[in-house]
Design a protein. Structure first.
Length: 278
């Protein structure tokens, strides 16, 4: 009897462990429910009132691609620059630490929109003036690429915040981690690469995911520097049709859909990083 009850308990525990819990199901249902609401809303608008919603979607479709391109490339550069700057923020070299700290404080103190305007209007003017003073024709005829300037501006801005996330992740680990690695004969760079950063990665993953979602939404600011993203295409359509309600309703739903999908992808990466740490 005792062995039978034990087997039943083991079986129940195995079933309870493998089945999703009520809280997990509610989270899954909530996310899927919200995605379905957005998708159904878009479909209903297209079916019930194809004019103007079908025209709006056709007009802004290329803007969606540009928005995703700017977001993805900006985030890649943000991660690379933010990692190096984060390492600089924990560096024992006073010069490196000082330069990186100045960069972080200056960039975080200037709004992203102003930085985009500087890169698109002021930077080309500086290049042209240098070209005129040096009589260097390529600089004199320099024309800024709106998408390139937007990616540079967003990357440099967000890298300052990413640097602080990396710094916080590294400093959250016990100091004994580095000391133990050094005692095993590792150099400081080896210990950072093989011991510290892999652990810090799992710590900072949620914050990094939030930065990606924020970057996706803030990419709408590039519309002011002649980038034909989703927001700019929506504004162009509105200015020619004088339909602000319909235009911005569709644009808002598209942004919401992209944000929801991004949030789920970030959550999947977070779960994988947690599983990798076990």
């Amino acid at each position: 009897m005792l062995s039978k009850k034990k087997n039943e308990n083991d079986t129940n525990q195995w079933i309870d462990k493998d089945l999703p819990q009520v809280g997990e199901l509610s989270k899954i249902d909530a996310w899927w429910g919200l995605v379905l609401i957005v998708l159904i809303s878009i479909i209903l608008l297209l079916v019930l009132k194809p004019d103007p919603f079908s025209r709006i979607l056709d007009y802004v479709s290329d803007g969606i691609i540009v928005t995703l391109e700017v977001t993805v490339f900006s985030f890649i550069f943000t991660m690379v620059l933010g990692l190096f700057c984060g390492l600089g923020r924990v560096s024992t070299n006073k010069i490196i630490y000082g330069l990186v700290s100045i960069y972080v404080e200056i960039i975080r103190g200037i709004p992203l929109l102003v930085q985009l305007l500087v890169w698109y209007f002021a930077f080309p003017a500086v290049v042209i003036n240098i070209g005129k003073s040096m009589h260097y024709e390529p600089f004199e005829n320099y024309l800024a690429n709106p998408v390139a300037m937007a990616i540079i501006g967003i990357s440099i801005c967000y890298a300052a915040y990413m640097a602080e996330i990396v710094r916080a992740g590294i400093e959250s680990l016990p100091a004994g981690q580095m000391e133990a690695a050094r005692s095993l004969g590792m150099s400081k760079s080896q210990a950072m690469q093989h011991i510290i950063l892999p652990q810090a990665y799992r710590t900072i993953m949620p914050a990094v995911g939030n930065e990606f979602i924020s970057l996706l939404k803030d990419s709408s600011l590039v519309s002011v520097v002649a980038v034909a993203d989703l927001t700019r295409r929506g504004r162009e359509f509105m200015s020619t049709t004088f339909m602000p309600i319909e235009t911005w309703l569709m644009v808002a739903l598209l942004y919401l859909l992209m944000t929801l999908i991004s949030a789920r992808l970030v959550k999947i990466l977070e779960n994988k990083s947690k599983m990798g740490g076990r």
